[in-house]
Write a protein that binds this ligand. Structure first.
Ligand SMILES: C[S@@+](CC[C@H](N)C(=O)[O-])C[C@H]1O[C@@H](n2cnc3c(N)ncnc32)[C@H](O)[C@@H]1O
Length: 205
């Protein structure tokens, strides 16, 4: 019994230690150094324009989604997805308080982002991809949600850019831009993918 206690405490410690560094990196990086400049670069890479439909996946407190809402305007739409209840409730409160009629907050899951099929011209995944429990299912979900030719911007530090590119290629996305040292941050990259125009059911071109 005592042995089991020691063994389970040791495994708990291993789990905590392995989760700690990536949480710290993500938490630190999620505080933008220059939010305005970063937002402009996001908008430019995703080619966001008035009337478009875009999604902020893993929107957290919603600051990027709310900014995007101003850019797509009243004729456009922003979906803000989250898997955590407090974040979903927090964003819904802001949406109500500010009367952001073009923002819809979606309670997603680790299997499915919960977005309508073919809804989106652009997807922003800022510091969320590394946290996916089931990345392959999330890539399937992305493919379903994207219009052909739509753009996906992944800003993250994990997996490696090569691994991410291979996995996204297999899911039917081609890499069109890559930036190392996103917004002057060592170890954070931005990778922009485009969904292929004609895909098989499996997502291969
Ligand atoms: C480090 S925060 C980044 C928040 C925001 N994107 C930003 O850049 O400020 C990652 C967020 O992704 C959410 N998340 C994790 N897995 C998710 C999934 N499969 N779908 C949607 N959100 C997810 C977490 O709950 C967390 O709020």
């Amino acid at each position: 019994m005592k042995q089991f206690g020691i063994a389970s405490s040791a495994s708990l410690l291993v789990v905590l230690l392995s989760a700690w560094p990536s949480r710290t990196i993500a938490d630190r990086a999620s505080q933008a150094r220059d939010p305005e400049a970063e937002f402009e670069q996001i908008v430019q890479l995703l080619a966001v324009s008035e009337g478009q439909v875009v999604a902020d996946v893993g929107a957290g407190g919603g600051s990027w989604a709310f900014r995007l809402a101003g850019r797509v305007g009243a004729r456009g739409r922003v979906y803000a997805t989250e898997v955590k209840g407090p974040q979903v409730r927090g964003m819904r409160q802001v949406v109500r308080a500010r009367g952001l009629e073009n923002v819809e907050v979606i309670f997603g899951s680790q299997q499915d982002m919960g977005l309508p099929a073919n809804c989106c011209d652009g997807l922003l995944l800022r510091l969320v991809y590394h946290a996916f429990d089931k990345p392959a299912l999330m890539r399937d979900s992305m493919r379903r949600a994207m219009q052909p030719g739509g753009l996906v911007l992944v800003v993250d530090f994990r997996p490696s850019p090569d691994q991410l590119t291979r996995d996204m290629n297999d899911a039917g996305f081609e890499r069109v831009r890559f930036i190392e040292g996103w917004q002057g941050r060592q170890g954070i990259f931005a990778a922009l993918f485009r969904k292929g125009a004609s895909l098989s059911r499996e997502g291969r071109l």
